[in-house]
Design a protein around this ligand. Structure first.
Ligand SMILES: [Zn+2]
Length: 417
């Protein structure tokens, strides 16, 4: 494979200039979907795509695509990530994957000319779902044709602006969202910051992702009787807090005992009536359970649900649980994983195989195309904060692997689909 040279100064320039759109405090970025800062960032990327020799188009969702036509037609190889941030987020989550795709295509095109098959970089409009709760993966859902028209007007931000109105404000027409659908992707590759500390602890710049974790979220409601904290002896109580506390302790201990990569988190708890001197009659808490292997995930669910039922019975309480989110694990495409590993080995870049514990656009796009991801090291494992940081040499190590894989797929045409 010919050597593709990635310019670290260009990577750094794109990352820092993009971060000016929505710059927040010293190192943060606050770039909610369809906001003026978001619009400016997409315009900036469209301009860079054009300067790199790509043909540029916006789709109806506001995703910006840069394309190199292939000498032959057919489905396109696609790379990219999302441009929206948390409120506030940092410079790297999402944005680095768009910059990586741009830098890789720009370098390969300049050094090796047009590809044999079509290749595109995409700046996805919205992944985080934090301006409009309920809109996670808006961009990739639009590409899959999964957005229900009822969502345009009902999903609103804190100011009561619907996502449909925000889209119109950005010059987009939500009625046209159906036209953003794609069914001609041959592969999707995404570079993303790790968002965890595993690579840093291992002293590695890069991770090759074997799949995106499966997850289930529960809302558990424990019901007992509200009574006076002084007047009721312990043995006569139906204390919803005592039951909830035992359940929370047990589910967290179960995941800890199973060890990596199992994780269980209780992130939210509400007590009723929530007074210091009243035994709570109702405690509601969330449980978030993740594991990248389907069987282990199912076993962990079963164990947690057994804990809820058994502890409620032992404490004389009632319990109900609702599943509010249920996503099966999404394995990366084995052939693409192997291609990325070969690229890393050929470069002499040390890497770890790991799974993604967070959801990504790749999780959605895996439904229509073989998918793989590259992670680059996050300092202190931080993300979704202005403190997130990835060293440029780690970013470049990931982009080199991405570029080599894209070259193999679109220029050498190492794919039959
Ligand atoms: Zn992200």
């Amino acid at each position: 494979m010919p050597r593709i040279v990635i310019d670290p100064a260009l990577v750094e320039r794109y990352v820092f200039e993009l971060a000016e759109h929505g710059a927040y405090a010293a190192t943060g970025v606050w770039r909610p979907a369809y906001s003026p800062a978001w619009q400016a960032a997409q315009r900036q990327l469209a301009a860079w795509f054009a300067q790199a020799g790509l043909s540029v188009r916006y789709d109806a969702a506001g995703n910006v695509w840069g394309r190199l036509a292939g000498q032959r037609g057919g489905p396109a190889i696609v790379t990219g990530s999302h441009i929206d941030t948390q409120q506030p987020g940092g410079r790297y989550d999402g944005a680095l994957g768009v910059v990586a795709g741009l830098v890789a295509l720009q370098a390969i095109f300049a050094q090796h000319g047009p590809p044999r098959r079509p290749i595109e970089v995409v700046s996805l409009c919205e992944e985080e779902g934090c301006r409009f709760p309920g809109t996670n993966f808006w961009a990739s859902r639009a590409i899959l044709g999964l957005i229900d028209p009822a969502e345009y007007e009902t999903l609103c931000d804190e100011d009561g602006i619907s996502i449909g109105a925000a889209m119109r404000g950005a010059g987009l027409n939500p009625e046209q969202l159906g036209t953003a659908r794609r069914d001609d992707l041959a592969a999707f590759l995404e570079l993303h910051i790790e968002q965890g500390p595993v690579l840093e602890h291992a002293g590695l710049p890069v991770g090759i992702v074997t799949g995106v974790t499966g997850l289930r979220q529960y809302v558990v409601e424990v019901r007992g009787s509200a009574n006076h904290a002084g007047a009721f002896p312990m043995d006569l109580r139906r204390d919803a807090m005592a039951g909830a506390a035992a359940m929370i302790g047990e589910v967290i201990a179960a995941a800890a005992a199973l060890g990596r990569p199992a994780v269980t988190t209780v992130g939210r708890i509400l007590a009723k009536p929530n007074y210091p001197a009243i035994i709570p009659e109702r405690v509601t808490f969330t449980v978030d359970v993740r594991h990248p292997e389907a069987q282990a995930l199912a076993a962990l669910f079963a164990r947690h649900e057994a804990s809820f039922a058994r502890i409620a019975a032992e404490c004389g309480l009632e319990v109900d649980w609702q599943i509010t989110l249920d996503q099966p694990p999404s394995p990366a495409d084995p052939a693409l994983v192997e291609l990325l590993e070969q690229a890393a080995s050929a470069r002499g870049t040390p890497f770890a195989r790991l799974h993604s514990g967070a959801g990504h656009d790749s999780l959605m796009l895996a439904r229509i195309a073989p998918m793989a991801m590259i992670f680059v090291q996050s300092k202190d494992g931080r993300s979704h904060t202005p403190a997130e940081f990835t060293a440029i040499d780690h970013a470049v190590a990931g982009i080199e692997i991405l570029a080599d894989a894209l070259y193999a797929l679109a220029w050498s045409d190492q794919m039959t689909r």
